[in-house]
Design a protein around this ligand. Structure first.
Ligand code: CNA
Length: 239
């Protein structure tokens, strides 16, 4: 890929009034959080149970300690936004970008200053009691001696994420679909585009400036007007 391609992306973003960025775990690998399916992804690691079960609602309800042990070994706590998160926040503030749609649950877009963020899979920054729905923040996970955080009512506190086996929040999906359908530029990056229904949101874009930035091939590459098979941090530092 030559500089010319990033040049074209920059030109499209400069001229945009409601660009949307749709991203996944690859946006945060530059912050030290491993993705799932990339070259150093979590699928290549050994876990106590298959990853999809650990992140499944059935196992969480049977024994939440399995999920919380996994949670504590992933390096999301203390992670900081990288160039990609920061540039996207700048583009929104400058009036070029209308929203970020993300499959990530790390909350780093908001930390970087993005305001309209549709979190399709929820966020680890928020937790709530399964029984009385009282809201908590991630301070309840601060004490390593507490394996499973519990509410004052005795209920298990769960993260406000969408476990496998659960449906997406309709209000969030509607917001994401609206933003993508109205977008003048859609930049998709750092996602393998294999997790549904999230991946299917790309199909709501109706414009002619679909950009796909990913280190590895995706099933949607053929649809894109511009494909950058490259590192996101590298690309965004040149925008
Ligand atoms: P994925 O399936 O792991 O795909 C990530 C993609 O990004 C892969 O194709 C990589 O090749 C690519 N990639 C990784 N780093 C870079 C980089 N620096 N530059 C360019 N490309 C890169 O992840 P998806 O998001 O597609 O899958 C959806 C799952 C993963 C969602 O449910 C997430 O919640 C979940 N996840 C989230 C996080 C997080 O919140 N940071 C971390 C790990 C997994």
């Amino acid at each position: 890929m030559g500089n010319g391609d990033v040049g074209l992306l920059s030109e499209w973003l400069r001229g945009a009034e409601r660009a949307v960025f749709f991203g996944g775990a690859g946006v945060s690998t530059g912050s030290g959080i491993p993705d799932f399916r990339g070259k150093d992804g979590q699928y290549r690691q050994e876990w106590e149970y298959p990853l999809e079960e650990i992140l499944g609602i059935d196992l969480f309800q049977a024994d939440p300690s399995i999920y919380y042990r996994y949670h504590r070994t992933t390096s999301m706590t203390g992670a900081k936004p990288n160039m990609v998160h920061r540039k996207l926040a700048e583009l929104e503030a400058a009036g070029n970008l209308s929203a970020v749609v993300t499959q990530n649950i790390d909350g780093l877009h908001q930390k970087a200053g993005s305001r309209t963020v549709w979190e399709l899979h929820g966020s680890l920054a928020r937790l709530y009691c399964e029984v009385c729905e009282r809201q908590y923040d991630d301070a309840v996970l601060a004490d390593p001696a507490v394996e499973v955080p519990r509410c004052e009512c005795g209920g298990v506190i769960r993260p406000d994420i969408v476990f496998y086996g659960e449906g997406l929040d309709e209000r969030v999906v509607e917001g994401a679909v609206r933003a993508i359908a109205e977008a003048d530029v859609l930049v998709v990056g750092g996602t393998s585009l294999v997790v549904y229904p999230a991946a299917g949101l790309v199909n709501y874009y109706r414009g002619d400036k679909l950009v796909l930035i990913n280190a590895t091939e995706t099933p949607y590459d053929w649809k894109a007007d511009l494909v950058l098979r490259d590192d996101l941090v590298g690309v965004f530092s040149r925008i």
